[in-house]
Write a protein that binds this ligand. Structure first.
Ligand code: D5M
Ligand code: FE
Ligand code: ZN
Length: 493
């Protein structure tokens, strides 16, 4: 740091955080960056990525296969008890997320809402009896910067004449503040209801109550993802919907043939892992009049047929499977593994590991978060600018919130667990979801964001909703580079 300053360079805080986390010699890294840098005197994240990850790829060892399950909710579910359970669920969410927020520099000046209320009895918007203009005492308590920081669960978001009003609760009290500037309004729009958020507030002229100067979502840090030391591939798929008359059986069989075609193909030979993100079957009674769209009227029979298909996965490919909202077992999140009794022999497949939803696995050192994606419907419905055609954008809202199903009372049922297992405590290198039936790949702050589409053609319901799925595609990821590509199995007629 002092070396950089002595040379007249500044290090951006994000870049500094990244440097600290590196195993390399920091001084050497900075010297190298300064040698290469021509234009500005600010060292940013990109500079570090350039020197740590030069484009050149050295010769890699033969593809290895080291898999580990990091987190599985199965053994923790069913601990909630009725309404009380929701109280502890939200308390747990607040506490777990506050530990994530504590790593941000601005959290050092965090004030409890009750303290804010006491200090600035006159600060508009803070008092529970309604907004009053800011008094002198209130202004003095705001600190030298004239701003202060509070955090809490986002209870409501309302569009008002002068901006977007947010209401937050931190268990010591509740308060409102308004996003007035265009920037703050944009940030406010991208928050999910019931997520934890940190706000920097100020008294502003012409605004009744407090104005929001800055919004900090817990977010994932901009980071260098873990990578496999050898060139090995992971294939990501989801939403087979076996049993539905729209299940694309021929395309899926071609996919399975492709997986087994190893010797002829340089990439296929190195496929070591397969992740299946839920909705293996279409199920029974999942939506009204579903029976008209089913080929198999029994969920266990659907599971048995799925098992028969999945038994064709070459045995050397380690496979991880989580349930979705169409699968047997509990519907509310987090979902435990497939119940044995209705699994149709799935547990006999020795290369398959069944996990709950959501789950974290580590594949050759690469952390993969598998989540079916139920809550993406709520994010798309409540966040301006989101659409079913770009599910990765909605997945980024979840990454920012550091929560997989923040909004309570929407379309996604969430169980009253005493621990909130949907908080994203780990930073994933790959975030894999399905559910939306549209393939989408993006990258966000070092994390590869993948929605792996489906193997079900457009249903009547999706047609009426105007959802155009992109089924029949597998997402293949090189774990040594995190480069993704699409392998398309659609039959060209
Ligand atoms: O969900 C497939 C996609 O279709 C997902 O984005 C939700 C949407 N979908 C499915 N059923 C409904 C209902 N009843 N309302 C709104 N949106 C829906 P899948 O889980 O495969 O059914
Ligand atoms: Fe689905
Ligand atoms: Zn689904």
């Amino acid at each position: 740091m002092s070396y950089a300053t002595s040379k007249g360079y500044q290090i951006h805080p994000d870049a500094f955080a990244l440097l600290k986390g590196l195993e390399t010699d920091v001084l050497k890294a900075i010297q190298e960056i300064i040698k290469q840098k021509k234009q500005t005197k600010m060292i940013v994240i990109e500079d570090i990525k350039n020197i740590v990850n030069p484009g050149r790829q050295e010769e890699l060892a033969p593809a290895e296969q080291i898999a580990k399950v990091l987190v599985d909710p199965t053994s923790n579910v069913n601990t909630g008890e009725g309404v009380d359970g929701y109280v502890s669920l939200f308390k747990s969410r607040f506490e777990k997320t506050m530990r994530i927020l504590a790593q941000r520099p601005d959290s050092k000046r965090m004030t409890k809402i009750s303290t804010v209320k006491q200090m600035g009895r006159g600060v508009g918007g803070v008092s529970s009896t309604g907004a009053k203009p800011a008094g002198a005492a209130g202004e003095r308590s705001l600190g030298s910067a004239g701003t202060f920081v509070v955090s809490g669960l986002l209870m409501s978001r309302r569009t008002k004449k002068n901006g977007i009003e947010l209401e937050i609760d931190d268990y010591t009290g509740r308060m409102q503040a308004t996003a007035v500037s265009e920037d703050a309004k944009k940030q406010a729009a991208n928050l999910a209801l019931d997520q934890v958020v940190m706000l920097e507030l100020e008294n502003a002229k012409g605004v009744a109550g407090l104005a929001i100067k800055n919004i900090f979502s817990p977010d994932i840090p901009d980071h260098l993802p873990n990578k496999s030391k050898s060139e090995a591939y992971a294939v990501l798929i989801s939403d087979l919907h076996v049993g539905s008359k729209y299940f694309m059986q021929q395309e899926f069989l071609n996919f399975l043939d492709w997986l087994a075609s190893g010797d002829d193909d340089d990439v296929v030979r190195k496929i070591k892992f397969l992740c299946i993100g839920g909705d293996l079957i279409d199920g029974i009674g999942i939506f009204p009049n579903q029976d008209k769209e089913l080929l198999m009227m029994n969920a266990t029979a659907q599971m048995a047929y799925t098992t028969k298909l999945l038994s064709k996965i070459p045995k050397h490919i380690k496979t991880f499977i989580i349930p979705g909202n169409h699968d047997p077992g509990r519907r509310a999140l987090p979902q435990p593994i497939f119940p044995g009794a209705t699994s149709g022999g799935l547990y006999d497949l020795e290369n398959c590991t069944m996990l709950g939803n959501p789950a974290y696995v580590e594949l050759n050192g690469v952390k993969v978060l598998m989540f079916h994606g139920q809550s993406l419907d709520d994010v798309i419905a409540t966040t301006p600018g989101m659409s079913y055609q770009r599910p990765a954008e909605a997945m980024k809202v979840l990454l920012k919130a550091r929560h997989l199903s923040p909004t309570y009372g929407g379309r996604t049922p969430v169980a009253p667990e005493s621990e909130d297992m949907m908080v994203m405590t780990e930073v994933p290198d790959i975030f894999h979801s399905g559910h939306v039936h549209v393939t989408d790949v993006d990258s966000y702050r070092g994390t590869l964001v993948v929605n792996s589409g489906a193997w079900q053609a457009q249903t009547k319901f999706q047609q009426t909703m105007g959802i155009t799925p992109s089924p029949g595609i597998a997402i293949v990821v090189n774990l040594a580079t995190l480069q993704p590509y699409k392998q398309d199995f659609n039959l060209r007629i």
